[in-house]
Design a protein around this ligand. Structure first.
Ligand SMILES: Cc1cc2nc3c(=O)[nH]c(=O)nc-3n(C[C@H](O)[C@H](O)[C@H](O)COP(=O)(O)OP(=O)(O)OC[C@H]3O[C@@H](n4cnc5c(N)ncnc54)[C@H](O)[C@@H]3O)c2cc1C
Length: 471
């Protein structure tokens, strides 16, 4: 079947509104938001139901047309963008945006894959439940994309990654069959855990069309503190103490360097310095409790007081209201935005065991400074999960293009430190097309063979997001 004939069949399945072929209409689906990855495609297909997805996939399987599944297109590793050759269609889940069922007694919600994360958070809150996944792109990222990248975010410490928040999945397989695994069970020991193959698969094994999500009781009290700490080592020690002192109530624990905060104050309106004296490092932490009591706040204050005595913290502000807490969290988002305004920024989304975070930062900073004098590390991130966004702004006054041309070389310097500390070179953003060539090295021969065997078993024709995740 020719591509043109296949597109005619697809048009008949999804209707004229469900397919885009004009370059102007397709443009937003063919570029990543940072402009790092661009591609081309004969069509962007937007089915409105699982049946339509399955019928489109059957046509593509017959015609040999590869498919790039796409959610909110907020991926940072180019997984949702087709290659430049223009062979792949983009299959967007954005019209599949229905909440199918909420079961507050079972603490579950069943949704279409295209539902945006903030909609899910809101629907859970409406029935007095919490869906804890939360990250900067939550107003755009869709649950299918979040599950496919096993997204992390700020609450992993307490609730786990996206994968741990999923009880069941519905998936359209590469041959167009539908696997209905939408089970709402917390116990189900009946063989291989297939849902965990598709979670984190970055669209290389099938298209997620629906999911059963775990809900949690909604916290009744939340305390947010912005704490000055002398070093990353002190931050990690503070985390351990806060967990112990509050019955493991820490739901978020974000580290940022002074330079990150200074960039935010310089470039992002509404940013401010919450403390009177500068400190080399800061922690933004949130602790939540299922009940409301003065004792909870007192426990947080006492733990922070003890941290001052132990010289693990030098100053702190605890938010007095929800508005103030939001202002502190605004700073965390602003430091991401601010880096764009300081010239080229080489990004590393890496993780090490929490106990080795300080050693990682120290060794990696020394290594990149030796490789590129004047480089400006801006480490920040989810230290509670050992996840550092080890971003590196160019030396002041350097040529941006020349600096960014050293991306692979400088990431390699960072990766060497990561390997030495038993870490991961992709903590939460995934592999996509960005890091796929590293896979044989980071996985080793046995694990890499297993991954390829899984891909060959589920997608023998190699039509699902080819050239992503696996080289
Ligand atoms: C400002 C900002 C902050 C971010 N912060 C974080 C963070 O803190 N933690 C974190 O983990 N990530 C973060 N990200 C990255 C991003 O939000 C996640 O990767 C997100 O999970 C992607 O969801 P999406 O719907 O946009 O997926 P897309 O970008 O559209 O796709 C991502 C991958 O999943 C595949 N895919 C999408 N939908 C499906 C589907 N239905 N079935 C099968 N495959 C599918 C795509 O092919 C692609 O490989 C951030 C991004 C931005 C822009």
């Amino acid at each position: 079947m020719t591509v043109a004939a296949a597109l005619d069949q697809i048009r008949a399945i999804v209707g004229a509104n469900g397919i885009l072929t004009e370059p102007g209409d397709m443009a937003p689906y063919l570029a990543e938001w940072r402009g790092r990855f661009k591609g081309s495609s004969p069509a962007v297909v937007r089915p409105a139901s699982t049946e339509e997805v399955a019928a489109v996939v059957r046509v593509c399987a017959e015609a040999g047309i590869p498919i790039v599944p796409q959610g909110g297109n907020t991926s940072l590793v180019g997984g949702s963008i087709p290659y430049e050759e223009g062979r792949e269609i983009v299959l967007s889940l954005s019209r599949m945006n229905r909440i199918r069922d909420i079961d507050p007694l079972n603490y579950t919600m069943t949704v279409d894959a295209g539902v945006v994360l903030t909609t899910i958070q809101g629907a859970a809150a409406d029935v007095d439940r919490l869906f804890p996944l939360s990250l900067g792109a939550e107003g755009t990222a869709q649950i299918g994309g979040l599950i496919s990248t096993n997204a992390g975010g700020i609450n992993v410490l307490r609730y786990g990654n996206a994968r741990e928040l999923v009880l069941g999945l519905e998936v359209v397989l590469p041959d167009g069959r539908v696997w209905d695994g939408l089970r709402r069970l917390r116990k189900n020991n009946t063989g291989y855990d297939l849902k965990n193959l598709f979670a984190g698969a970055e669209g290389t094994l099938g298209i997620i069309t629906g999911a059963v999500l775990k809900l949690f009781p909604r916290p009744r009290q939340s305390e947010t503190a912005f704490v000055a700490v002398p070093s990353p080592a002190a931050a990690v020690e503070l985390l351990a103490r806060l967990r112990e002192a509050t019955g493991d109530a820490v739901s978020a624990f974000e580290l940022m360097s002074r330079r990150c905060l200074e960039f935010a104050i310089r470039h992002v309106g509404g940013s401010f310095d919450p403390l009177s004296e500068p400190s080399p490092w800061y922690v933004l932490t949130e602790l939540t409790s299922g009940t409301r009591s003065d004792a909870f706040r007192e426990a947080v204050e006492t733990a922070l007081g003890e941290a001052f005595e132990a010289e693990l913290a030098t100053d702190a502000v605890i938010a007095q209201s929800e508005t103030q807490a939001k202002q502190l969290w605004f700073l965390r988002e602003a430091i991401v935005e601010a880096q764009k305004h300081e010239g080229g920024s080489i990004k590393n989304d890496v993780s090490v065991p929490v106990s080795r975070v300080a050693e990682f930062i120290e060794r990696a900073q020394a290594a990149v400074e030796a490789a590129c004098p004047g480089i400006r590390p801006t480490p920040f991130g989810h230290v509670g999960d050992g996840n550092i966004h080890f971003n590196l702004s160019q030396p002041e006054g350097a040529d941006t293009a020349a600096y960014l041309a050293r991306w692979d070389e400088i990431c390699h310097v960072v990766n060497e430190v990561i390997f030495a500390l038993d870490g991961s070179i992709s903590a939460e953003h995934g592999i996509g097309r960005f890091k796929k060539d590293e896979m044989p090295v980071i996985k080793g021969p046995v694990e890499f063979d297993l991954l390829r065997a899984v891909k060959a078993a589920l997608d023998p024709k190699g039509l699902m997001n080819p050239g992503k995740m696996l080289p």
